[in-house]
Design a protein around this ligand. Structure first.
Ligand SMILES: C[C@H](NC(=O)[C@@H](N)CCCCN)C(=O)O
Length: 448
């Protein structure tokens, strides 16, 4: 997940370089950013849930790491000089001309990568929920997310510097993407080694080699989940919250650059404190949740902080372009980004029967992916519409698109409050600690 999250955001701090070097407009960048989730939205994630439940963690992990690597190679080729000017490039550039050939092919590669990355995400979530059931599950999920955030921090730090590899006068998008592609190959090799070690351990313990696929995915479970009000509240909270987080990560560098009139590297250096805040706080919050609880309350506070931060970015930062204000807001956003994920993902096994868990995670990811796919496109289009005639990518006005993020936060807060009210009324146990032998939480199959 560390290398995967690095690859996801490798181009995020390079938006203006991509604009000048590859000719991608903000709208094209938005389409590219949303492409990560496209096939997932059109059903791949549901298939991934089936594969996970049928084939188990070892197979699905190896498959997802391979798919991520293949997608990365396609994207690397798309932005390289091998592709630029080729007959394939000319053909791809000849239709839907707003989207250059390199952007189309990179978006295709990112789509393939996104299938692998989300498949890896549900594999990891299910494995942790199973391995740590009744134990330090929130802490384990918190540590996993912290490692992923460390990847984002690392890439925001490295990417602009790697882009200057050949000298500041001739920056290029290729070195950072090539570097992260190699890391994905290393990740794939590591996972293959893990599967051999895990199989050997099973043999030593005398466990059945196929013992991991015992929780069969049933299509009827999907129907059951879709009919559940609780599922929809969690899924909608998830999609609204994350749609104001991950797309922000992608556009944030340029937003800071435009508002603060600083270089791309300086802006990325500011933004990298966002995942660092989440990195430091998510594991302790998971520890707190395991022992004390308050998950539903954390979801509400996290959503409220999100709204405040995006309102500051939209309205206060353009009026008071201070790096101190930007940094403080980024750190508070990092706190929000710890509270919500730390509470959200461990809440799922609390309210959904373990028989549904693989499908529940894949369906929540699926609903979430619809937002992660659509919002960057809408954001890019709003940015373009708000900046008609602006040709310098460091001079964009980000007010309206940032208000979109704040609006998403307001609706997310509504769902967080609703969840808290239902939890208080029906006793799902969301505010209770995870470590508990006789959890009296009401699960979905007990929901009226
Ligand atoms: C655990 C959670 N992951 C997700 O929500 C993923 N579906 C989306 C990851 C986006 C990067 N590909 C998280 O990271 O908090």
């Amino acid at each position: 997940m560390f290398f995967g999250y690095m690859f996801v955001d490798v181009m995020s701090p390079l938006q203006s370089l991509v604009n000048t070097k590859l000719g991608w407009s903000p709208e094209a960048f938005g389409y590219y950013a949303g492409a990560e989730y496209m096939l997932n939205v059109f059903g791949f994630l549901i298939l991934a849930g089936i594969i996970l439940d049928k084939m188990g963690v070892r197979f699905t992990g190896t498959l997802s790491a391979s798919v991520m690597f293949i997608g990365a190679c396609i994207k690397l080729y798309a932005i390289s000089s091998l592709f630029a000017g080729s007959a394939f490039d000319q053909w791809l550039s000849s239709w839907w001309v707003e989207m250059p050939g390199s952007a189309k092919l990179a978006a295709f590669g990112f789509t393939i990568f996104g299938c692998g990355c989300e498949m890896a995400g549900i594999t990891v979530s299910k494995a942790i929920a199973k391995w740590f059931e009744g134990k330090e599950m929130a802490l384990a999920m918190g540590v996993e997310m912290a490692i992923a955030r460390l990847g984002v921090f690392a890439v925001l730090s490295l990417s602009p510097r790697l882009a200057d590899w050949m000298g500041k006068n001739d920056p290029s998008v290729v070195p950072p993407v090539a570097f992260c592609t190699v890391l994905l190959l290393i990740g794939l090799i590591c996972y293959v080694v893990f599967t051999f070690m895990d199989t050997n351990l099973d043999k030593q313990l005398g466990a059945s080699a196929n013992g991991e696929g015992e929780e069969e995915f049933k299509l009827s479970d999907v129907g059951g989940l879709f009919k559940s009000r609780l599922f929809w509240i969690i899924a909608l909270l998830c999609v609204l919250y994350y749609s104001a987080i991950f797309p922000f990560q992608r556009f944030g560098t340029n937003m800071l650059q435009c508002n603060l009139h600083i270089s791309e590297t300086q802006a990325a250096d500011l933004l990298r404190w966002f995942p660092i805040g989440a990195l430091c706080l998510t594991p302790p919050l998971g520890y707190f949740l395991d022992r004390v609880g308050r998950g539903a309350t954390m979801l509400m506070i996290g959503s409220l902080l999100l709204i405040c931060c995006h309102l500051i970015f939209a309205l206060a930062l353009p009026a008071f372009p201070s790096q101190g204000l930007a940094l403080a807001t980024i750190i508070v956003l990092g706190i929000s980004f710890s509270l919500v994920p730390a509470a959200l993902w461990p809440s799922v096994p609390k309210v959904m029967d373990s028989r549904y868990l693989g499908s529940a995670y894949s369906l929540i990811f699926w609903v979430q992916n619809i937002g992660l796919f659509g919002i960057p496109i809408i954001f890019g289009a709003m940015l373009e519409a708000s900046n008609q005639g602006v040709t310098d990518p460091t001079q964009y006005d980000y007010t309206n698109p940032m208000l979109l993020f704040a609006g998403l936060g307001i609706v997310a807060l509504f769902f967080a409050i609703w969840l808290k009210v239902l939890d208080t009324r029906n006793g799902y146990g969301l505010d209770k600690p995870n470590i508990k032998s006789d959890n009296d939480a009401v699960r979905l199959d007990g929901e009226a």
